[in-house]
Write a protein that binds this ligand. Structure first.
Ligand SMILES: Cc1cc2nc3c(=O)[nH]c(=O)nc-3n(C[C@H](O)[C@H](O)[C@H](O)COP(=O)(O)O)c2cc1C
Length: 385
């Protein structure tokens, strides 16, 4: 795939640790806490260290190393009220929410936060959660059919008076939400993200989502998904969704230190929890014929960060990580969704040591592009890669 033309500066999000046990399923020390006091401090620190978004996770019950969980929409609202600029994305499951009820919550959260609320629509992987709550667990692609209807309903309710939807999963009849969420030409309603990497997920993203989130991937894995999502959007006659990529970031002063942290995380993996999680998520994607979904080719080591975050390779010195971020950006990644071992310390280290290097590299690339546009100052091809 050809590289993207000049893009906006890379944007950054972090995974809100609203689930206990941290972002890696390992007994290694994690100076991270799932409680509100820690998270409030973290959110303020993050917005002062270059983070534009935070993503709250949704999980309803104890499982695979996550004993306690704060609910995503209420926790997101609390973080919005504790910050000034951070946009907070709440993960939600179609099937457990009615889209009209979530649209109402979203409109209020948007007014309370000055237009900073967003949602991440996730189709779900955890069958036990649905059965414990007495809701049917649909087959994989049916979960996506439901998620697509959910997003269509949400967008219609947020933008139209007399919203209507006669769906297989949801019915909306002459519904007018007042007040609507805040809107501007650039953001007509709260942004709609989606998580999921299967063929069904890519197709849905092109048709209805504003943003597509990928699990951790290398360059080829990202390129392949961006190509499919863009093709789906083109077929639907829509602009392509923007692309977010998960990565577990380990930045240390030397590469050896960073690699040693990764080694220790994996050496101290909670084997039983990682294996249990691996079996559950692979089962959840099994019904897809082509097995393109998240986790379908994940190794034990990959799953120690439960969203394959090591695969993105944001592990090394600030210089190495900055270069890799810019290389992913050239391939079409707009937003980096980051997880950390010791959040407070590492978010600050990121803001002080990694982010300025990313901005420097971006400025240098922009300079090359400007030079390349004028024949006299054409940059050698190698300098642009
Ligand atoms: C960035 C991201 C965040 C996710 N967050 C959650 C979550 O908070 N709760 C959840 O149950 N699933 C979450 N998922 C997983 C999805 O529910 C879904 O199971 C997964 O994406 C597999 O879909 P696929 O088969 O289309 O790849 C997330 C996925 C991604 C990519």
């Amino acid at each position: 795939m050809s590289e993207s033309p000049a893009q906006a500066p890379a944007r950054f999000a972090y995974w809100v640790p609203n689930v206990s046990g941290g972002l890696v399923t390992s007994t290694i020390e994690q100076r991270t806490d799932w409680g509100y006091d820690y998270n409030r401090k973290l959110a303020v620190l993050a917005e002062n260290n270059g983070f534009e978004y935070a993503l709250s996770q949704v999980r309803y019950m104890a499982s695979y190393g996550a004993e306690f969980q704060h609910e995503s929409t209420s926790f997101s609202l609390a973080l919005l009220l504790a910050t000034e600029r951070l946009k907070v994305i709440a993960a939600v499951h179609p099937g457990l929410w009615h889209p009209g009820v979530l649209a109402k919550l979203g409109a209020t959260a948007d007014h309370l936060s000055g237009g900073r609320f967003a949602v991440n629509v996730v189709s779900g992987w955890f069958k036990g959660e649905f059965t414990a709550l007495g809701e049917p667990w649909l087959e994989h692609d049916e979960r996506y059919r439901r998620a697509e209807e959910f997003i269509r309903a949400l967008r219609a309710i947020w933008t139209e008076d007399h919203a209507e939807l006669a769906g297989d999963f949801y019915r909306i009849r002459d519904f007018s939400l007042k007040p609507k969420p805040l809107n501007s030409p650039a953001r007509p309603h709260p942004e709609i993200f989606q998580g999921g990497n299967s063929t069904a997920a890519r197709a849905m993203a092109g048709r209805v989502s504003d943003w597509y989130f990928s699990n951790g991937k290398d360059f080829d894995g990202v390129t392949e998904q961006i190509r499919d999502v863009r093709a789906s959007a083109a077929a639907a006659g829509r602009p392509a969704p923007r692309f977010g990529l998960n990565g577990f970031l380990i930045a240390r002063d030397t590469e050896a230190e960073a690699r040693e942290v990764l080694r220790e995380i994996i050496a101290k993996a909670d084997t039983e929890a990682v294996r249990g999680f691996g079996a559950a998520v692979q089962q959840a994607g099994q019904s897809t014929a082509d097995r393109t979904g998240m986790w379908q080719d994940s190794s034990f080591e990959d799953l120690v960060q439960y969203n394959d975050g090591f695969r993105t390779g944001l592990i090394g010195t600030p210089e190495q990580i900055a270069e890799r971020i810019v290389a992913f950006k050239r391939r079409g990644v707009d937003l980096f969704l980051l997880g950390f071992l010791h959040y407070l310390e590492e978010v600050e280290y990121f803001g002080e040591r990694v982010l300025p290097l990313v901005r420097e590299l971006e400025a240098r690339e922009e300079g090359h592009e400007a030079d390349a546009a004028t024949p006299a100052g054409r940059a050698p091809a190698a300098a642009r890669h």
